[in-house]
Design a protein around this ligand. Structure first.
Ligand code: FE2
Length: 294
């Protein structure tokens, strides 16, 4: 068994990068419908359903599943496990299983302090950007149990494509965003840990298996970017990419029974208005692992 010595994410190895880039763009799915896989029983996916989902995750870091089965948290846990997603990163608002119910909380509930539990828009981010490195979120399932009356769409983008666009523009953007002191989330009380310490770290990092990880939020408050010209230019370029009409940005309104299985890709959420009789409900499971590789 050989050890992979080259990495497309090594800024010093342009050949590897260009080979990876060609393949990435050739296999990228720009039609959102191509990402969707219909599944019959989420707790026992068939071999072909599983392969279809894993194939999309392998090439695009995400897949969308659609099923008629009503799922609860336990079923969602069983669904994730079939793709190697086991270690849930539980936060203090998640239930005992470690899966969060994302729904609008009434105003006197503590959850209402946190944007996910409101009907407001959420800017582009990857999940757990405020986590310490040992709790890096690599995999995620976002399951729609009940869609909103109006709005509540998600935009999603493969973070490797965002990397590619930035590197094509200027490799120094990648260098700047890979610095270990580029992005600091100040100490505060947050959804995840209650009171948590400041977290300083890179946007882009490579894990032990050579996979690219991205830590990002487009929020402008409670974030400190390194104040040098190249960092600020890189951040501005990334914002421009995410605000563009690139075919690599998928827009989807998940219907009940649909969900996103992914390697913590970039995503956002638009504001929404609930149907009072059927309020929007999403289950969110965050994992320390990536979706298993094929
Ligand atoms: Fe999120």
């Amino acid at each position: 068994m050989g050890i992979e010595l080259t990495s497309p994410f090594d800024l010093g190895d342009t050949d590897s990068y260009l080979r990876w880039r060609d393949k990435k763009l050739a296999l990228a799915m720009v039609d959102t419908n191509e990402l969707i896989v219909e599944i019959k029983d989420p707790t026992r996916v068939t071999e072909s359903e599983c392969n279809a989902l894993l194939n999309r995750c392998h090439h695009c870091n995400m897949a969308i599943y659609a099923s008629d089965v009503e799922m609860d948290e336990r079923m969602l846990r069983d669904f994730g496990a079939q793709f190697g997603l086991i270690q849930l990163d539980a936060n203090w608002l998640a239930d005992k299983l470690g899966i969060s119910r994302i729904t609008v909380s009434n105003p006197d509930n503590q959850r209402q302090t946190y944007i996910p539990y409101t009907d407001r828009a959420i800017k582009w981010h990857t999940d757990g950007y405020y986590n310490p490195p040992e709790r890096r979120i690599r995999g995620m399932v976002l399951h729609c149990a009940q869609n909103a009356g109006i709005g509540g769409e998600n935009r999603v983008m493969d973070h490797e494509i965002a990397y590619l666009m930035l590197r094509d523009e200027n490799p120094d953007f990648i260098r700047a965003l890979s610095a270990s002191d580029v992005m600091t989330i100040p100490a505060r009380e947050d959804e995840f840990d209650g009171v948590r310490e400041a977290q300083t770290g890179p946007v882009f990092s490579i894990d032990m298996q050579g996979h690219l990880h991205m830590r990002y939020t487009a929020r402008t408050r409670s974030i400190e970017w390194k104040q040098d010209a190249i960092t600020l230019a890189a951040v501005a370029q990334l914002e421009q990419i995410l605000a563009s009409d690139s075919a690599h940005i998928h827009r989807l309104k998940m219907e009940s029974g649909m969900g996103l299985l992914c390697n913590n890709v970039l995503h956002d959420r638009s504001a929404f208005t609930d149907d009072p009789n059927n309020p929007r409900l999403l289950y969110r499971a965050r994992y320390l692992e990536r979706v298993v590789s094929i």
